[in-house]
Design a protein around this ligand. Structure first.
Ligand SMILES: [Zn+2]
Ligand SMILES: [Zn+2]
Length: 82
């Protein structure tokens, strides 16, 4: 099951389960759409994999399968904006 992490690893922006801005790699490293485009060029800084739109979990399923609340914030791994 996807963890649905609550924030962007680069800028710590909140990314709730219903967000359309969340992007993830195959390891579920999670970023916002802004960082994905401007800083990461579509590739995960941790594993080099593609970052794609995170699917949203239907609201009715979040009660029994809640999103992760563990924030991961690793700005050192993200390239600075040009
Ligand atoms: Zn971000
Ligand atoms: Zn990754």
């Amino acid at each position: 099951m996807l963890q649905l992490r609550p924030n962007c690893e680069c800028c710590d922006k909140d990314l709730p389960p219903e967000s359309t801005e969340a992007r993830i790699c195959s390891f579920e490293c999670t970023f916002c759409s802004d960082c994905t485009v401007t800083r990461l060029k579509g590739l995960c800084p941790n594993c080099g994999g593609e970052l794609l739109v995170r699917p949203r979990r239907p609201a009715g399923k979040l009660a029994s399968s809640p999103a992760s609340t563990e924030r991961i914030f690793k700005p050192a791994g993200c390239q600075a904006e040009p």
